[in-house]
Design a protein around this ligand. Sequence first.
Ligand code: GSH
Length: 384
Amino acid sequence: MIPILYGMPGSLYTGKVRCYLRKQRIPFEERIAGDPRFMNEVVPVVGRWIVPVLQTPQGQILQDGAMIIDHLETLPQLGPRAAPVDQVLRVVAHIFEMFGGEGMLRPAMHFRWNFDETNLAFIKRDFLNSLAPGKQGAEADMAFAFASGRMRKATLSFGVTSQTAPTIEHAYQEFLELFDKHLETTPYLLGSSPGYGDYGLVAALFAHLARDPYPSQLMKRVAPRVWRWVERMNAPDADAGEYLGNAPEWIDLAQPCESLDALLRFVAEDYLPEVEAMVRFTNEWLAERPDLAAGSNGMPRPGDRHIGMMKFEWRGMPIEVMVMPYRILMLQRIQDSAALLNAQQGAVLKALLTRTGLQRLLEISCHRRVEREGHLEVWGPAQH
Ligand SMILES: N[C@@H](CCC(=O)N[C@@H](CS)C(=O)NCC(=O)O)C(=O)O
């Protein structure tokens, strides 16, 4: 028996787990979400339709990219651990895990859903392969209209509109250039092996941005090293021949690394305002619900994934986006790993975050923690 990964080739979060499984050289079977076994055996357990899901050889069902990787990290491994040994790098890894998996949804969704002339035929085939295999004609058209309609609506809810699109494109191109420059000297984000940061970034950068026709061309043209990194992330070995073994095992944070600083500054400009607005919005939302029971998500349905829409200023323009408690969980991962640092490590992290404009990431928090229970995000106990 080997683990079964339920997902889709075109799914952002499935890519995160798939890369991890390959890097660990864990044999696994990937099944599509349109497999009847997903609907019959998995969805009732998970409580909502969502991928990726890992079914372990013992029959345990795990949902959520980060939780699946965390679980596998506790088992004996063949490949490199996702958590860097250095505790400060671990915090940096979780920052990019959050940014890649959550902060990069705007370019990912924009470049998938707003370039129909180049993308649509591919996406339609890809979606139908995974969701409605074997369906033809009107039946297939209906299945794709339903799935793509939901995703186009989600694209808007992530703040992708005709007003924000030019800035999203501009910012994404800047990110590609910065990451490409960074990869000149290191095959992975923080050194010679992949970690949580790489797995977070590959979520958006593989399925949507490297695989869909329009953004794939863009990435190859603007950032060939990033495209190679995506390929490398999908290989079981280190796949870093072009570095001739000269790359550092880990980036040494005692020395300033200009290209890493530049990426962190990008995260500060592109994503920190949203994280701050999310924490503000959530604290107001919680204040209006003093009796919210621990263990519940406070929404009409336990599977609901967002608690409302918030407005904030993004790169000088108003933008409206949904607020997802899952992102608070991702912020907690960063802060929890920072809380483990000793004084000396804390000083290294503080210097790094201060010079890159990210120090607020450690200073803001919600009045209640987000926890995971029964495969869902729920509120933890009220803190007094
Ligand atoms: N936090 C979750 C997010 C998973 C997620 O959003 N998956 C998408 C596909 S990439 C999905 O299943 N969406 C549900 C839907 O389309 O209704 C994880 O990391 O597993």
